[in-house]
Every structure is written in C-alpha cells, then in structure tokens.
Write a protein that binds this ligand. Sequence first.
Ligand SMILES: NC(=O)c1ccc[n+]([C@@H]2O[C@H](COP(=O)([O-])OP(=O)(O)OC[C@H]3O[C@@H](n4cnc5c(N)ncnc54)[C@H](O)[C@@H]3O)[C@@H](O)[C@H]2O)c1
Length: 437
Amino acid sequence: MRIAVIGLGYVGTTTAACLAAQGHEVAGVDVNPRKVEMVARGESPIIEDGIAERLSAAATAGRLTATTSAAGAIAVSDVSLICVGTPSRPNGSLDLDHLLQAAREVGEALAACGHYHVVAVRSTMLPGTLETEVVPVLEQASGKPAGEDFGVAVNPEFLREGDAVRDFTDPPFTLIGEGDPRAGETVAAVYEGIGAPLVRTGVRVAEAVKYASNIFHALKISFANEMGVLLQSLGVDPHAVLDVFKMDTRLNISDAYLRPGFAFGGSCLPKDLRAALHAARRNDVDLPVLGAILPGNDAHLQRGVGMVVATGKKKVGVLGFSFKAGTDDLRESPLVALVEALLGKGFDLKIYDRHVSLARLVGANKEYIEHAVPHIASLMSDDLDEVLDHAEVVVIGNADPDFAAVPARLGAGVVVIDLVRIGGAEALGDRYRGIAW
Ligand SMILES: NC(=O)c1ccc[n+]([C@@H]2O[C@H](COP(=O)([O-])OP(=O)(O)OC[C@H]3O[C@@H](n4cnc5c(N)ncnc54)[C@H](O)[C@@H]3O)[C@@H](O)[C@H]2O)c1
C-alpha cells in the first residue's frame, strides 16, 4: 500500500521503517526538516534496535521517501497514519495542538486529493477525541464529509521503546477503531503481513484500550514496587515471592478480576489487605497505592448505594446476599454493607439468596447470621417471587444463574440495578442500570 506517516518521532519512525520493510511504499512527513533529511537518506532520527537497517534498506529500495509537506505525501498515498506527539499540559490535560495542526494539514491536502484516502490516528488520545476534535478539523479543512470522500479511524500503537521493532512485528493484537467499515478495511490491509489477531471495533473503544493498557501497566509497576518494599521490610526476598506469584496464570496473571462490577468483599481480600497495611505501618513503610485500595472499594460501594437512592423508589428487593454466588459466606460481603446503608436511609428491603437461606437452617453460618446480622436476617425470604412482588427496585447482587431470568418477570416500572452484569434485561431500556459498566 501507499502510506503517509505523519510525525517521525519514536512511533512514526518505527511505523515507517517497519511498514516499508514489509513492502509498503511509505512517505514520512515531519515539520522538523532535520528529521526529514535523515529519513530521506535512510538514517534513523531515533535510537532504536533494528530501525536504522530497515530505514536504510527501504530508502535504497526506493520504498521510503520523506518530506515536510503533508500535501505531497497524501497526494500519493491511500492511508495516512498520524503519529505526532500528544504531550501533557502543566495541568495534566492532553495537549492536542500538534495533533490538530497535523489534522488541519492533512485536511487541506484532502481538499485537493482526487482519490479515497483514510486518515488513521496512531497518537494516544482520550476517548471521543477523534469524533469531537479531529474529524471537525479534517472536515472543515477539506470541505468534505468524513465517511464519504475520506474515511477516519484510530489505530493505537502499543510498542515499547527499546523493543519497538519486536512489538511492531509481533504485537498481541492489531487494534483498529473504525469510523466506518470501508475505513477499517483499508487500515486492516496495512497490517496484512502481521500475524496477530485483528480487532476491529468502535473508535472510542479503541481510543480507550490504549488508556486501559497504560494505566494498568502503571498500576502493575506500582504494585510490584510497593510489594517489594513491604516484603523487604518483612525480611522476605521480593523477587522470590513475585516469581512464584507470576506462575499463577489462573488468578494472578490472567483475566480473572478484570470485569467491571461491584465492590470486592468476602472473608479474605479485605482482611489480608488490612493485615499487610498494618505490618507496613509498623515498619514505617509508606504504601500509597495499596493503601488506596480499601477507600477506593468503599467509594465504589457508596456508588451502589447512590444508584438505589437515585431511583427515588423505596421498596428494594436484593437478589444475592453473599459476596459471590454459590456460597453462604456473609463475612464482609459488600451486599451486607449495601443493605445496611439502605436500611439506615429508611428503605423497605426484602432479600433473597438461596444459599444464605439454606445456611439459616443448618451450616456453619447459622450462628453468624443470627448474631452478626440479625436485623438483616429478618428481611430474608426463601421465596424469590415474594421478593420480586415487593420490589420497585431489584438489585442483582451476585451472579447466581437463577437471576438471569428475573428481568423478564418484572412488572412495569421496576428498575433493575445489576451489580454483576448478569445481563438479559436490555429490553428494559434505561430501567436497566449497571454499575461501572
Ligand atoms: N513513544 C512511545 O513509545 C509511544 C508508544 C505508543 C504510543 N505513543 C503515542 O504516540 C504519539 C507519538 O509519540 P512519540 O513518542 O512518537 O512522539 P515524538 O514527540 O517522539 O514525535 C512526534 C513527532 O511529530 C512531529 N510533528 C509535530 N507536529 C507535526 C505536524 N503538524 N506534522 C508533521 N509532524 C509533526 C514532531 O516534529 C515529532 O518528530 C503520542 O501520542 C504518544 O503518546 C508513544
């Protein structure tokens, strides 16, 4: 394909070098004439393993050119990949000046472009930026509507500096957020030579995946570092611990616990976190990230309370009372905390959980239920229908499979607050509400 790469920094230079090495015809564009001269000569303006040889081979083979004129590059290409910087402003907001200036130049070039062209942004930008900021500039500067004469897409980059060529040629996936299917197909064709799963999705989803990824990386590094200093203070080798920790690919390094839903609870996570934080305090070890987890969890719990309050209704049916389906363990269940908060605000509650109901008759939890939460035990019903008949608001608190059929059985006007994304109630429209999703 014929590809214009706008911005020859780390991402643009790597993109240009790797795409040219795959046989595409690449025209690099930068406002910095020094970078343009270097790339045109087949020299690398960045220090990055594997880039210099790719640039030099591509320039020699005539598959790589460079220019300061976006118009010149776009006139001879099918796709432009915008790779300009989107740095932080002093207040933390994203500085879009370079991006919008590049979009303006690309738009002006599109005005004179006689063939279909796709503008794909590789720069990192917050969800919504393409639609609300970039597209209006492109349309205004070109005098053409997006989706007809030209297509738009986002194509976030996940390379790591230092491993950029490897990450480019062997990525976990190729991600395209497409403004329309034709634009998506065109960008997908750029990556035909890359043997990675292709994900074509909505523009905002693709923009957001980049943020989810980088924020998670930052969180993981902070987790590892804070665990490191905590373990060091306890006289344990942090690397020995984390090496074993990482062997668990079922719960630790896995997709477990990565579904937005309700607050965590149960008999282990809150208790063990508190014990570790107490040990850290005793050893004068400051752990701001780990220390923020319980307050964050509590804020999320209050969000659930706020959602019930916001319905303006008073009669609440809570389905699922233990912290997860299939157990009767109520210790530190976030649903118990939710129910207590609602009781305190004068809500009229009925609760159904078949496992907890059973435990009221037998089981080790009988005593806990009778002594620790007697005020709640009296609100429990063994009869799901009785709870549904009572409820103006149904809170689905855990993922008991029986609850999936509940939304279809509800009377008119009943609101469903689904804390676990059990699903199946989309027909209720805005009466079906999820937390954190
Ligand atoms: N560096 C990384 O590893 C990495 C990885 C993934 C994503 N990203 C994202 O990719 C984007 C680019 O990052 P980078 O590190 O390559 O930035 P960079 O600052 O190294 O390069 C940006 C280049 O764009 C050029 N430029 C600015 N305005 C221009 C214009 N109007 N026309 C043409 N060129 C112009 C600059 O001269 C510069 O060479 C950012 O949004 C960044 O967040 C970076």
